[in-house]
Design a protein around this ligand. Structure first.
Ligand SMILES: [Zn+2]
Length: 584
């Protein structure tokens, strides 16, 4: 396995980071799609709004704070995919249309009969409530406008709404629904994007931010025009850095008529005099590159001041397809001049700010990245070797040069001290390998139950898994922070909430339970009535497991005594079961 580790380094060293901008040929003006809902479409979120670690890939449509609104297929087609999960999209349905587009409806509460039968057949086959199935082969046809689901608040949704997407069926690239004239016409908007601030940065030749060398200016209105710095030229002499450039970031958001929610800006451009030096368009998104939002935005500024700043330049660790022009790095001897930044929404509402940069004079300050010893750089492979703790990070694993920070903290209640590498809040693009040496005292004892835990910024331990290899435990992580080695030998704890041995359940509509695991977490669970599998849902928001007693489960109940069996397994393979006799 150690040989594999080295081979892996060779393999990844040559992976390319560049991504070319490829505009799509979609008939946005001509394609006619229907509304997914019967009520007026008011948005609480739009396409390419900034979220944590991703751009929002659809429209969030308000449902008057309630659930159960009818969702309709926007065009005829075949149901292509069904998802059921306590996380993310929750319950979701995908419909493939003959025009090459797929519509997606998420956070659903329930299905109409026709879809419900399809979903349940898959759940029964898999003996699992959780589902992610391609169902094209089942050929379930739906008409345009046909009821396909009811709106809800499932998965990662924080309030009832419909998350609605349009994708290109073939590539699964997500398109901006509001690029389609049919949807633009359904959603009124005369509100201009907001301009809040401009940030000027010293960056190195790759566009990496020089720590501590940036300045933020709040936008202000002067006689109806947006300005900064009271319209005086900004002196950037104090930012001048050897082997560096001046670059810009803009704090801009969009708002839509009739909603207070902060949305994303569709299109921005930046001119230096008459030269377009940066342009960004959120026309479509590719899931595999969506996480590069962490490179697009200034995450330091977001962490400190909650400002969503769009950097108007790119670094080697940004493969997003949204920059037709991206040479936003200005040499120090050419910074002087007039600049103009414009933000435009899909309806064509726009706002512009003009500002001046003065002559940059004086001494160039040393560039901290020129002496490479203090940092790990994102555009190289990084192998971190400490005694008992090792990391292997591919090229492009993180976004900005990472200061070398590592310490061992012996204040730990687990098997090893805490190995503290960088910090949890620094975003990471790719999973990296983390390895920890198994302490001599436990070598050879239940190695397969060992894993690596990482403290989250909320203070709880998240279990990363672990493979025992030659005296070490290896796992994948997409966060830095405090790592410890753990051993999970304890089975999940099943606790019945509303039923018990010999209880009469004739009038019950559900059987409810808690299933908790101390360390690695519950990954699989099943319920049986008299040996027959029955559906058991995990209601994440209520933190409980629920077996509905409906027509499907009740056919397995007989008069008198019945056996209810619940089984659960955690991520390290510890299992538990509960068998309870109830009276019906
Ligand atoms: Zn959404």
């Amino acid at each position: 396995m150690r040989i594999l580790f080295v081979f892996f380094i060779l393999l990844i060293a040559n992976s390319s980071l560049a991504h070319d901008y490829v505009p799509k040929e979609i008939d946005y003006e001509g394609i006619d799609l229907g509304s997914p809902m019967d009520i007026p479409l008011i948005l609480s979120g739009n396409f390419c709004e900034m979220r944590s670690n991703h751009w929002h890939t659809g429209l969030d449509i308000k449902t008057n704070g309630g659930e159960g609104y009818k969702l309709r297929s926007v065009e005829e087609g075949y149901i292509s995919r069904i998802k059921v999960s306590p996380w993310g999209y929750g319950l979701a349905i995908y419909v493939d249309h003959p025009n090459g587009l797929t519509s997606v409806y998420a956070h659903i509460s329930k299905w109409p009969k026709k879809v419900d039968s399809l979903v349940y057949a898959k759940q029964l086959k898999n003996e699992s409530w959780v589902l992610d199935e391609n169902v094209l082969a089942d050929s379930v046809y739906v008409k345009r406008g046909e009821l396909i689901a009811y709106s809800g608040n499932t998965g990662g949704s924080l309030a009832p709404h419909l998350h609605f997407e349009i994708r290109e069926t073939e590539t699964e690239h997500v398109l901006n629904p509001l690029k389609f004239k049919c949807y633009r016409d359904m959603i009124q908007d005369k509100t201009k994007p907001t301009l809040s601030g401009v940030k000027v940065y010293a960056v190195d030749r790759n566009g990496y931010m020089i720590p501590g060398r940036s300045k933020y200016y709040k936008c202000a209105l002067l006689n109806g025009n947006w300005i900064i710095n009271e319209n005086n030229p900004i002196d950037v002499s104090d930012l001048m850095t050897e082997n560096g450039f001046l670059a810009f970031g803009f704090h801009t958001t969009d708002k839509l008529d009739g909603a207070r929610n902060v949305c994303g800006v569709h299109h921005t451009y930046l001119y230096q005099e008459d030269n377009l030096i940066h342009e960004q368009i959120s026309e479509y998104m590719i899931f595999s590159v969506n996480r590069f939002i962490n490179s697009h935005k200034d995450y330091f500024e977001f962490k400190q001041n909650r400002r969503n700043i769009h950097k108007n330049y790119i670094t080697p660790v940004n493969e997003m397809p949204m920059y037709p022009v991206h040479n936003g790095l200005v040499p120090w001897d050419r910074v002087k001049g007039n600049y103009r930044f414009t933000a435009v929404d899909v309806h064509g509402n726009k706002n512009t700010i003009t500002f001046k940069i003065g002559d940059a004079r004086g001494e160039l300050k040393p560039n901290p990245f020129d002496n490479g010893d203090d940092y790990y750089f994102p555009d190289s492979v990084n192998v971190v070797l400490y005694p008992n703790f090792q990391l292997l990070m591919e090229k492009g694993s993180f976004y900005e040069p990472l200061q070398k920070r590592y310490r061992v903290d012996s204040n730990s209640r687990y098997l090893t001290p805490k190995h503290v590498f960088s910090e949890y809040s620094i975003p990471v693009q790719k999973y990296f390998d983390v390895r920890m040496k198994v302490p001599d005292s436990i070598q050879g004892i239940a190695d397969y139950k060992l894993g690596i835990g990482l403290y989250t910024n909320k203070g709880y331990l998240s279990f990363l898994g672990g493979d025992y290899i030659d005296g070490w435990v290896e796992a994948k992580s997409r966060n830095f922070g405090e790592f410890v080695m753990v051993m999970d030998t304890v089975s999940p704890l099943i606790k019945k909430l509303d039923y018990a041995e010999n209880k009469t359940i004739t009038k019950y509509r559900t059987l409810e339970l808690n299933i908790n695991d101390n360390l690695s977490g519950v990954t699989r669970y099943k319920a049986y009535i008299n040996g027959n599998w029955v559906l058991m849902k995990y209601m994440k928001k209520k933190r409980k497991y629920v077996i509905p007693l409906d027509e499907r489960s009740k056919i397995h109940l007989k008069k008198g005594k019945n056996k209810i069996r619940v089984w659960a397994r955690d991520r390290t393979g510890n299992e538990s079961e509960d068998i309870t006799t109830v009276v019906y």
